[in-house]
Design a protein around this ligand. Sequence first.
Ligand SMILES: NC(=O)c1ccc[n+]([C@@H]2O[C@H](COP(=O)([O-])OP(=O)(O)OC[C@H]3O[C@@H](n4cnc5c(N)ncnc54)[C@H](O)[C@@H]3O)[C@@H](O)[C@H]2O)c1
Length: 371
Amino acid sequence: MIIGVPKEIKNNENRVAVTPAGVSELSNNGHKVYVQASAGVGSAFSDEDYVSAGATMLPTIEEVYAIAEMIVKVKEPIEPEYNLIKPGQLVFTYFHFASHEPLTHAMMKSGATCLAYETVEKPDRSLPLLIPMSEVAGRMSVQEGAKYLEKPMGGRGILLGGVPGVRPASVVILGGGIVGTQAAKMAAGLGARVTIMDVSIPRLRQLDDIMPANVDTVYSNEYNIREAIRKADLIIGAVLIPGGKAPHLITRDMLKTIPAGAVMVDVAVDQGGCFETTKPTTHADPTYVIDGIIHYTVANMPGAVPYTSTLALTNATLPYAIQLANKGWQKACMESRELRHGLNIIDGKVVYKGVSEAFGLAYTPVEDFLK
Ligand SMILES: NC(=O)c1ccc[n+]([C@@H]2O[C@H](COP(=O)([O-])OP(=O)(O)OC[C@H]3O[C@@H](n4cnc5c(N)ncnc54)[C@H](O)[C@@H]3O)[C@@H](O)[C@H]2O)c1
């Protein structure tokens, strides 16, 4: 198969979807890989590294899209890319359709097959291509929160761990999945007083078993959230409803009850956000203030640590990319339930329930395309 790896063009996105090691694996499987010039530079991979691994470099993004049967990328296509995508082309990347109606319509119009990283699902319902980035974003959310809590950054001026004789910061984490767990580990490790909230009792039970003594687990409902945020210095939004929009757990009216100068990091921003006041920001201008509360809502947090993120992501995506290239998407998706779950749009039709429900679009069962 002919595989294209474009350079990411989203603001401050320095990750790349295939490393030189990945090119080498794909080439060894008999595939031809075209990489856009300088696509890997932001992740410390030079064009020479790619060529040595067997890639052919192409100078422009247009050439990569024009030649490839399968495009492998990192972030969802943005407007300048919409018209580069061809009917019948397989696009394997993060899409997050449920929070982005114009993208959904653009991809329906393109006639491409859109296989979304974020909905590839294992039999135990875990999301293997979200996990590595969630691990990065979860760990980073505390690092960013700590930074914006500093006075020169506009925050309350509180040190997460406190010092002997001075209480540590209070960190409230909404959602105890991958992001929430990694955030809790980091915040607890720095000495903060952490409350992690989830609606899953089995998950709270597990967290209670594995977390250190400075982490409390609390059932997530409106009453308990109102109670927890009254004294919070840092609030981290980390909920996920698979394939759907995040619920607004902190509404605009609740901001007045949070201490002034507190920081809210909404990691779930890519699914619409779990704070009502969330709007996506970029690394170039990551924060804004509403009612005295600093909002950090960068939609591609791992993009700021591209070296770590690219390696973590490609470790997880490459085995799937190889299956798709070796078998073609139809055979690969027929044989793998995990990959089949990743199909969101095929030939103008929405084949993922969460996306059709989000925008009231007709739903076509994926099986219709796999006969
Ligand atoms: N901004 C970024 O750069 C970035 C990077 C990675 C992941 N994310 C996003 O972070 C979010 C969390 O991802 P994850 O991998 O941790 O998901 P996950 O599925 O592992 O965890 C989500 C958790 O939210 C819980 N939950 C659901 N409804 C809840 C509610 N009402 N209150 C409290 N908890 C609730 C679930 O029970 C689950 O434990 C997702 O939206 C994901 O897309 C963003």
